[in-house]
Design a protein around this ligand. Structure first.
Ligand code: PLP
Length: 407
């Protein structure tokens, strides 16, 4: 049967994620995977979850097993409003400024539905989070990608891009950015650029979607204020998730922003999943209040900081052979490697997989799917310290071999 002819345009536009496809291949037992963006499962405090679940069942069993409101559990929204105030994010409309989502991936999908009509211009970082590109692409936008450097998005280039677009009569709806420990580039937008970006958004009148899953995972350097905390005109919608500060299995995130946008998101969410699970929201509330979440974050920071240092040392030890340059992240989960010009991370990937090491090739993170050919993303949170050392060694010998052939 020819199944294609039954499909909607949206289904035809949908692309499988390279990472999800790759994760299937990395199931081989001896494979060292730097490909995923997964937390270290050894750190999940299983015992504390057991206790929290017991507590939830004893105190709220019936409500936890019931449907929740689409906006999310009122007590959790109240706790989040308080928590956000501690980070300098004011919620002038109280809990109306916060709604729960089924992971921040759902927030991205709903954001696309809320704002993008086919052909609308949206601004993204180059490179950008693959899952956001996947979600937005369903709505068929016109992407305009803006380069980054070690200080994050180049705001001067963004300004120049906006001037060009204006001449063409195109007004972008929003900029999608991961300003803190970006996925995949691992970099942070500097404070000056944060301020300049907000000024530019006010002047040129576009919205900012700030995706912030990694902000709490800082193991070095000074914390930076979120864009949302610096936003005086209410044009930033901030996406957060408990995937990296508790566990992705909870599938719970939240959005902070203008209540009028959030009310519309709630209507869209109703048709997506009615509500996010009440059970996980109660567990999160319990772990927020009993201190388990902060304790877990402290452990994660300590371990990821150590793993990052091991990966830096391994990459440096092999730098003469590989000729690769890379960022030294102060938090988050990713290294972004640039191989010498002429090397192709996609064709190297087959050899790397044969040798038992996996990564994600650069072009997966670009909206044109061709830039970043000599780049690749390495995750350091999931593999163990010894896997990091052995994996970088395997990778280095593949790169070295390819360089010898290219020369
Ligand atoms: C930048 C970014 N946004 C969103 C997500 C989705 O996270 P979740 O749906 O688990 O909250 C991820 C996951 O890795 C991510 O890296």
């Amino acid at each position: 049967m020819n199944t294609e002819r039954w499909l909607s345009d949206t289904a035809k536009a949908a692309q499988a994620s390279d990472i999800r496809e790759l994760l299937k291949l990395t199931a081989r037992p001896d494979m060292i995977s730097f490909a995923g963006g997964l937390p270290d499962p050894a750190l999940f405090p299983v015992e504390e979850y057991r206790e929290a679940m017991g507590q939830v069942m004893a105190a709220h069993g019936q409500q936890a097993l019931q449907y929740s409101t689409t906006e999310g559990l009122t007590e959790l929204r109240e706790a989040l409003v308080q928590h956000l105030a501690g980070e300098g994010i004011e919620c002038p409309d109280g809990i109306e400024n916060v709604i729960l989502t089924t992971g921040s991936q759902q927030a991205l999908e709903l954001t696309g539905k809320l704002f993008i009509a086919p052909g609308d211009t949206i601004l993204v970082e180059a490179p950008s989070y693959l899952g956001a590109i996947q979600a937005f692409s369903l709505r068929q936008p016109r992407y305009e990608a803006v380069e980054m450097d070690g200080q994050g998005l180049k705001v001067d280039l963004l300004e120049a891009k906006l001037a060009e677009l204006k001449k063409e009569g195109r007004a972008p709806k929003f900029l999608y950015t991961v300003p803190t420990f970006q996925n995949p580039a691992g970099v942070c937008l500097s404070l000056e650029r944060r301020k300049a970006l907000l000024e530019l958004a006010d002047r040129e009148d576009f919205l900012i979607i700030e995706d912030d899953p990694y902000g709490r995972l800082r193991f070095r350097g000074e914390p930076l204020p979120s864009l949302k905390s610096l936003d005086t005109s209410g044009r930033v919608i901030c996406l957060r998730t408990f995937s990296k500060t508790l566990a992705p299995g909870l599938r719970t995130g939240y959005m902070v922003g203008n209540p009028e946008f959030l009310r519309r998101i709630v209507i869209l969410k109703q048709s997506a999943d009615l509500c996010s699970p009440a059970l996980t929201q109660y567990i999160i509330l319990e772990m927020l209040q009993n201190g388990a979440m902060e304790k877990y974050i402290r452990q994660v920071i300590a371990v990821y900081g150590q793993k990052e240092a091991v990966m830096v040392a391994a990459l440096k030890a092999h730098q003469a052979e590989t000729g690769a340059t890379f960022n030294e992240p102060e938090g988050g989960m990713f290294f972004w490697l640039q191989l010498p010009e002429g090397l192709d991370a996609e064709s190297l990937l087959f050899k790397a997989l044969e040798a038992g090491v996996a990564y994600v090739k650069g072009p997966a993170f670009y909206t044109d799917a061709t830039s970043g050919r000599n780049c690749l993303r390495l995750n350091f949170s999931q593999p163990s310290v010894s896997q990091i050392e052995r994996g970088v060694e395997r990778l280095a010998s593949i790169i070295q071999e390819a360089r010898q052939v290219t020369v």
